[in-house]
Structure formats: structure tokens, C-alpha cells
Design a protein around this ligand. Structure first.
Ligand SMILES: *[C@@H]1O[C@H](CO)[C@@H](O)[C@H](O)[C@H]1NC(C)=O
Ligand SMILES: *[C@@H]1O[C@H](CO)[C@@H](O)[C@H](O)[C@H]1NC(C)=O
Length: 370
């Protein structure tokens, strides 16, 4: 009797789900491919000498409850306001003060899409990389929103991600993937094929140019202070590359990062700040190696089961040559998407919380690991 019971138990609890998964696996056309070998390397030279691994100990929270997944942060010096794009479509403005509880959050413009990257144009306009809409130009009074571009070389954007404005007015921006939208971005990670592009938009000619294609989730983009090159991040590859604008040449900036890079920002003072959305967790490591695992994770995700673990996010400071200086992170921290230095504070956007996080870098500095 007991034998019968446990056999039946085994049958229903293990054998049937196993059969169902095999059938689902076979039926699904999702076809992940191996990643290039250089996506798997970790490099000791990309670990900074200075580390603060207790970011949350000193962290302060801004606009709690009023900011819904504020992804990117752009600081407008003259007005002392932060502009940030939220998941509800609002570009919000946040006033900056010594004390965070004095910050006021204002709903500024709703794009009707999902504003991600934010930059300021030469004439006071606000340029938005909107995941759903493409590249937008919002007039300085917030009254007019114009679509600048949403396709290049006949391929439409699916996840316009980040933007930077050059001194000559040219906009440089990324479309993370032409295949998946923002709700499906994890599928792009799992498939392992390069659907991302780095592009430019020249407002005088209104021409959109593809500068680099076949990128693995093209994410943050920044400009070198001398305006000779861009630095852009490929999240899945855990690397950032330089693109020399005149020579049209790509070169590695930093690779084998200790996490998955999102936005990158230049601070006007010799350093870039690269947000790392998660460290490389063990499930991620295995999934990168084995395409069949990524297919299983994909099937689970389609049925609402989240198998990838995201943790230990932070922001890394690197110099102009891509040499790591410092890392600010914390184990329970996750989904950090941007880091912007304003005064002595590091302000961080994210894809999960209802606030912006900041850390006083003088009070809570990164230090040499003993
Ligand atoms: C903000 O916090 C500071 C320090 O905690 C406190 O002195 C001040 O009264 C607070 N201000 C407001 C507007 O709540
Ligand atoms: C954005 O639109 C404004 C008018 O609202 C215009 O003056 C400006 O040149 C435009 N910027 C770009 C980059 O197209």
C-alpha cells in the first residue's frame, strides 16, 4: 500500500512535471545560442582597489513613494533639479537640498511611453530615450514633445535606452535590442544574440546613422570630455567599449566587469560612473555557459517564474582610460541603473524602488580592502 502510494506520488510530483517540461521545451521555438567566449571571462584587473560594500549603511532616500522606478538621472545645474524617467511614463523633476526630506518631486511631462535615458539639449530642451517610443525632444517649457527618430536602416527601435548630447549638438544613443520590448528584455539576455545598436541623430540633417550594430544589449552611453569618443556599455557582455567618432573605430574600454553594466555617466571631473545592475550570480554564470539552461529559464519566465537572481548592485568609478578606481555596492541592493555624482553625493536610479538613493562619498568613502 505504502509502495503504491509513493509510486503514485513520485509519478505526479516528478515524472509528470518532467514530461510536461520536456514537451514544452520541444514545442518552444526559442533558440538560445552560445555566447562568445569573451563574455565569460572575469578579470581581476576590473576590480577596483577601493570598495565600500555597505552602501545601504549610509544611504539616504529621496522622493520616497513619488518616484516609480526612476531609471536614469540627469542633473540640471542651473535649476538644481534632477530629471528622471519613471515607469508610469512621467519625466519627473526633483529638487536637490542638503537634507533629503526637503526634496520636492514634480510631475513634469508624461511621454506616454517608458522614459529611460535623459540628457539636456543645447537649447534647453530635454532629450529622452524612451523605451517604447524612440528618441524624443521635449521643449524646455514641457509643452511640446517631438519624436526625433524611431528607426534606422529600415529596422525599428524596440528598446531605446540611453542618450548623450555632444557639444556640436549631435545626439548619440542606444537601442538595446530591436527584437524585444522592455517587458521582455530578459528574453534578449537569454537568447544570447546581439540585437543592439549604437546610433547618432544629427538635428541639422535629421539623419539617423547606425555607428555600431550587433551589440549585446546596448545600454548606457557617455562622451569623453575631449569629445573624441563615446563610451558605451553592453550589459550581457559585462563590458564597455570606446567608439572613436572620427575614425569610426571600436576599442575595449573595460571588460570582465564584476557586474552587469547599465548607464554610464561622466562627472566632469576625470571619472566615469558605471551602474552595475547586479553582480554575476551563480545561476547567471551557469546560464551564460549553457544555452539549454537559458531555454529552461525562458520557459519558466513565460509561466511567470523568475529564476534569475539579481543582487549586490552598485556603481563603479573608473578613470578616463577605463582603470577601476572605486566600487560602491551592497549585497541586498539590486536593480541599480544609474549613478550620477552631484557635489559630494552619488545619486542612484533604479528599476525597482519608489525613490532615488544617494550616498555621501566623503562620509562613506570606498576604502582599501584589507
Ligand atoms: C528634515 O530632517 C532634518 C534632520 O533629520 C530635520 O531637522 C528637519 O526638521 C526635517 N525637515 C522637514 C521639512 O521635515
Ligand atoms: C527640440 O525642439 C526645440 C523646439 O521645441 C528646438 O529648438 C530644438 O532645436 C530641438 N532639438 C533637437 C535636438 O532637435
Amino acid at each position: 500500500m505504502l509502495v503504491f502510494f509513493s509510486t503514485r506520488f513520485l509519478f505526479f510530483s516528478i515524472f509528470v512535471p518532467f514530461l510536461i517540461s520536456i514537451v514544452l521545451y520541444q514545442l518552444d521555438s526559442f533558440d538560445p545560442v552560445p555566447f562568445p567566449a569573451d563574455s565569460l571571462i572575469s578579470s581581476a584587473s576590473s576590480i577596483p582597489p577601493l570598495i565600500n560594500d555597505r552602501f545601504l549603511t549610509g544611504a539616504e532616500f529621496i522622493g520616497v513613494g513619488f518616484l516609480n522606478s526612476p531609471e536614469d538621472i540627469a542633473y540640471h545645474k542651473d535649476s538644481n533639479l534632477i530629471y528622471t524617467g519613471c515607469v508610469d511614463g512621467w519625466v519627473k523633476r526633483v529638487s536637490i537640498h542638503d537634507s533629503v526630506n526637503e526634496s520636492v518631486v514634480e510631475d513634469w511631462v508624461n511621454t506616454g511611453g517608458r522614459p529611460l535615458g535623459i540628457a539636456f539639449g543645447l537649447h534647453g530642451e530635454v532629450i529622452v530615450a524612451d523605451a517604447n517610443k524612440g528618441l524624443l525632444n521635449i521643449s524646455d517649457d514641457g509643452k511640446k514633445t517631438e519624436l526625433l527618430t524611431d528607426e534606422a536602416e529600415g529596422v525599428g527601435f524596440k528598446l531605446t535606452d540611453a542618450v548623450v548630447v555632444a557639444d556640436n549638438g549631435v545626439l548619440y544613443f542606444t537601442d538595446a535590442t530591436y527584437k524585444y520590448n522592455i517587458h521582455q528584455f530578459i528574453f534578449d539576455f537569454l537568447e544570447g544574440k546581439p540585437h543592439g545598436r549604437l546610433m547618432s541623430f544629427d538635428p541639422t540633417t535629421r539623419v539617423t546613422r547606425v555607428l555600431v550594430k550587433d551589440l549585446y544589449f546596448a545600454n548606457g552611453v557617455s562622451l569623453s570630455p575631449d569629445q573624441t569618443h563615446l563610451v558605451f556599455c553592453e550589459t550581457i557582455m559585462r563590458r564597455c567599449s570606446k567608439y572613436y567618432i572620427n575614425e569610426e573605430r571600436v576599442e575595449v574600454f573595460i571588460q570582465g566587469l564584476p557586474g552587469y553594466p547599465d548607464n554610464i555617466r561622466y562627472d566632469g571631473d576625470g571619472h566615469y560612473w558605471i551602474a552595475l545592475i547586479s553582480e554575476v550570480t551563480t545561476p547567471w554564470k551557469l546560464a551564460m555557459k549553457y544555452p539549454f539552461l537559458r531555454k529552461l529559464i525562458y520557459i519558466a519566465a513565460k509561466y511567470g517564474v523568475e529564476l534569475l537572481f539579481i543582487k549586490n548592485a552598485g556603481v563603479m568609478q573608473v578613470d578616463l582610460n577605463g582603470k577601476p578606481i572605486a566600487l560602491y555596492h551592497d549585497h541586498p541592493f539590486s536593480h541599480i541603473t544609474s549613478g550620477v555624482k552631484i557635489g559630494n553625493h552619488l545619486y542612484c536610479g533604479n528599476l525597482l524602488h519608489s525613490y532615488i538613493t544617494r550616498l555621501d562619498l566623503l562620509k562613506y568613502p570606498a576604502q582599501k580592502k584589507l
